[in-house]
Design a protein around this ligand. Sequence first.
Ligand code: MG
Length: 668
Amino acid sequence: MKHIILTLCLFMTGLLCQAQQTTTPELRAEVFDLIDLDTPEMAQVKACHERGDDKGAAAALLKFYKARTGIVTPDITDVSKVKISPQHQKWADDAMEHRFFVMDSHEPYHYGDDINWRYWPVQDNELRWQLHRQKWFIPMGKAYRISGDEKYAVEWTKQYIDWIRKNPLVVISKEEYEIVDNSTLKEDAENARWAWRPLEVSTRLQDQTQQFQLFISSPAFNAEFLTEFLVNYHKHAEHVMGNYSNHGNHLLFQAQRMLYAGTFFPEFKRAKAWRESGMQIMNTEIGKQVYPDGGHYELCPHYHLATINIFIKALNVAALNGFRDEFPQSYIDTIEKMIMMHADISYPNYTHPYFSDARILKKDEMLRNYRNWSRLFPENQAIKYWATQGKEGSLPDHLSKGYLNTGFFTFRNSWDNDCLQMVVKAGPPAFWHNQPDNGTFEIWYNGKVLFQDSGAYVYGGGEEIMQWRNWFRRTASHNTLTFSDRDIQTMDSKTLLWQPEGDVQILVTENQSYTYMAHRRSIFFVDGKYFVIVDEGKGKADGWVNLHYQMPPGKTTGSREDMHFHTEMTDGCNMKLQVFGPEGMGMKMEEGWVSSDIMAKRKRINANFHAKKTANEPIRFITVIVPNEKGGNEIPISASFIGGYSEDSMKLEVKVGKDKKRILEYQL
Ligand code: MG
């Protein structure tokens, strides 16, 4: 009997759950408090509402929105011209079976017939957060528009409502959490940390404007659904506005999307406040987050690029809806500087270094960017050149270029695919996406990247994931100097010399990497052919000093006899590196990795040259890197200092292959 009662109870609970979690939309009358009913177009809605006929009011509101024209986003200016890529079609079709595309680095997982929005198959934080960006919703909308098949619209409305029902916005403070004796409430609060993170909320805030445009014509977008949609949308906007991030790219994303919200739904009473808030933050932050030289202060090429597009998106939504004048000229000039900086640190194949949390960049994406940018800056000949792949416009009149505020420096001998280019990162203190890597570099030679930055691999997650994050972030996984393999404590490089012209071009940068050891790195770009790097550790530190170089994956050979590495690749992109260090210098070949994207990595060698430093005595290493087409170990290299150590000058002689002996020197 007991068993029967228990089963009955469970059955009843199940029914109750199902009843609570229906995906059928309900009329949400609170919408009439959120919309400004005192405008001429809302007259009918207001009349119905005031006489207690909310059904009629909702129907009138739906009629208004189905007929509304004139408000557009830069994403969809004409719904009749929407196209869909095969990939997006697949995301849409997979989503019909609850197989959701969340992000590139994870296969689309099945989230259950009854969707489990808390399912977390791999403990990668991004997977849990980004599920709530609902990336398959817009593709479903496009699939609907193109095919006219109602099934997409019906399923979208169901999933939309299902999400609302199962992801309540429950906020419990830490103190409250300890005393709350309700596991459902606790679980909801824990889930809300993922589902309602302001960055994800802002993504939905933006993307739902497109979903609205794509689905509004469907019979499934009925009056009840409209009220659910608008109430949910309003809650999103208010949540972002009340929970802006303190700084960084998150804040920019949020502000730009508030601008969207305020522009796209001017019918809300709060729309003006949303728009003004977004606008004010964009105008303030562009001054704060972008250095005078055009570099974004997170010192990460990926976020630098993302930030350019956030600023432009805000400008475009303003332009399309008649308030571009609210952005000053300085805002537009800053965007142009940011684009030019990105171009200078980019390679001829339109990709950029994997510094900080940057990752693979696709040429198609960059060509699309340049075409957009060229429309915004039609006078800029360089942007035009890259937008048209050289058919129109012209290249900048400089080759090497330094961005001294941001600490990004590019040496290059041409803009062509077979050029030799080095990008150095040695900047000021920076924010979250930055890594402790001062002095590191990448080289492009003859169509490929050498000494590629290890990348990021993951952003955060469980213990194992965090171990990986720390491996990719750590100083020793870069091309720079450490004290005993430890992470540097201070990231604040000072540029002591930048000489970007002539046969011998020079960068001298210094960072007080540790309390007891400063690292000075001097880089000479000689005859546009090879690089000579002098690393000096100075200060009270007493112990091992390590010089790390990340070797290219593939056929790479190292030798302790003369402390060199060379590659033998068949693609015409090879290098020989040789280190001339102090007496007793050793070399270890350690495990190295390079990550082009989240959860993608390739094995390689991390070469670790090491020597003992005595307190108060400087330690010095010379590294010569000679990129070459043929590969192998045929190029003889020699290098040595002329004279002893000096705080304000440097002199050395270098001979590479058959080239004449070069004296390299500078005086600070
Ligand atoms: Mg890195």
